[in-house]
Design a protein around this ligand. Structure first.
Ligand code: AKB
Length: 314
C-alpha cells in the first residue's frame, strides 16, 4: 500500500523540518501538513495543508476519513515553560489530543503512530547523569506529567489493542529553521541569534546548568529511523531515551567564542525556567535506542555550533 502521512502540528519547530524530510522520501502529495496556524509559504506550496485542531474531534475525524493515513505524527503540544503558564490547557492539549489521535488511529487502522515524549518525564528524584531508561520518574511540571501519562497511554494502546505506536524522549532541540516553542531549553537557540545580532546574550539558565541537547538534523533522522525500524525489534512502546550532546550555557558560549571571539554571556536571575531545568537530567543513557534500532548521533557541540552560525548568518 502507498504511504499517506499526516503530520499534526506541522508548523512547530519539529514539524517544519519533519514535513520537509518526509516529503523528500514519500513525495510532496503524500505528506499532509496539519496545524491550527497558517503555514509558511514554502510548507504550504510544497504539498497539501489542512487546518486541524487536535482537540476538535469532528475535524480530526474528517481528516482521517479524507486521507486514510498509513502513518500519523502527532506533534501538537504545549512545552514546559508555556505549560506552566496554563497547566489545564497544557494537560488538555497534550493528553486529549493524544487520546483523540490514538482512538482514530485504531478506528482507521493506521499502520504506525508517532508521538514525541521528552526528558521532562524525569524529575528531581531521577538520577541526573546518564539517566537510565527505567528509573524513578517524578516530573513536577505539567508538561512532564502529561508526557509521562502519555507514554503510559501509548504503551497501553500497544499492549491492549496492538496499535503500533512509537515514541522518543527528545532532549532540547537546537535548530535554525523555525523558532522554538516555549521550552526550558530554548536558551540554546536564542543564544545563537543574539550572538550574531548583538554579540551578547543574557541566559535565563545559570552558567552551570547542564542539560541534554540535540541538533535538529539528528532528531529528524532519528525519528524517521525509529519509524522505519522493524516492529519486532522494538521492546519499548512507552518512549525511548534519546541522547545527543550535553552542555552548560558556559560551555556553549566558549564554543561560540571560537567563531565570535568577543561574544559576551551574562545571566538573568530568578527565572522560573531555572527550577524546571534543575529537575531534569544532565545527560541521558540511550543504550536501548542504540541497540534496538541503531541510534547514533552525528552532531557534537562543535559541529552544531558551526552549522547553526553558518545557517543563521545566511
Ligand atoms: C522543553 O524545554 O520544554 C522542550 C523539551 C526538553 O521537551 N524542549
Amino acid at each position: 500500500m502507498k504511504d499517506k502521512i499526516l503530520v499534526l502540528g506541522s508548523n512547530g519547530q519539529i514539524g517544519t523540518e519533519l514535513v520537509t524530510a518526509l516529503r523528500a522520501t514519500y513525495g510532496n502529495d503524500n505528506v499532509v501538513a496539519c496545524d491550527i496556524r497558517r503555514p509558511d509559504y514554502e510548507l504550504k506550496n510544497a504539498g497539501p495543508f489542512e487546518f486541524v485542531n487536535v482537540l476538535d474531534k469532528d475535524t480530526l475525524h474528517a481528516i482521517f476519513k479524507k486521507y486514510n493515513p498509513t502513518q500519523v505524527y502527532l506533534l501538537a503540544a504545549l512545552l514546559s515553560a508555556t505549560g506552566e503558564q496554563n497547566p489545564k490547557l497544557a494537560w488538555d492539549l497534550n493528553m486529549n489530543g493524544l487520546l483523540n489521535v490514538l482512538d482514530l488511529a485504531l478506528f482507521y487502522q493506521t499502520a504506525k503512530v508517532y508521538w514525541p515524549s521528552s526528558i521532562a518525564v524525569f524529575g528531581p528524584n531521577s538520577p541526573k547523569s546518564n539517566t537510565p531508561q527505567y528509573c524513578t520518574m517524578d516530573p513536577n511540571t505539567i508538561y512532564g506529567i502529561s508526557k509521562l501519562a502519555g507514554e503510559r497511554w501509548c504503551e497501553y494502546y500497544h499492549e491492549k489493542y496492538g496499535l503500533d505506536v512509537r515514541s522518543i524522549r527528545y532532549p532540547g532541540l537546537i535548530s535554525w529553521k523555525a523558532a522554538p516553542g516555549g521550552g526550558t531549553t530554548d536558551y540554546a537557540i536564542h543564544i545563537f541569534h543574539d550572538a550574531l545580532r548583538k554579540g551578547s546574550y543574557s541566559s535565563f539558565l545559570s552558567a552551570e546548568t547542564e542539560l541534554p541537547m540535540m541538533y535538529m538534523d539528528d532528531a529528524i533522522r532519528g525519528t524517521i529511523e525509529l519509524m522505519d525500524a522493524p516492529a519486532d525489534q522494538l521492546s519499548i512502546r512507552s518512549s525511548y531515551n534519546f541522547g545527543g550532546v550535553s552542555f552548560t550555557p558556559e560551555v556553549l558560549a566558549a564554543e561560540i567564542r571560537k567563531h565570535i571571539p568577543d561574544f559576551k554571556l551574562t545571566y538573568a536571575e530568578n527565572d522560573p525556567r531555572q527550577q524546571i531545568a534543575d529537575s531534569w537530567p544532565k545527560s541521558i543513557d540511550d543504550s536501548f535506542a542504540r541497540k534496538e534500532w541503531g541510534w547514533k548521533p552525528e552532531f557534537d557541540i562543535a559541529k552544531l555550533t558551526s552549522d547553526m552560525l553558518m545557517n543563521l548568518k545566511k
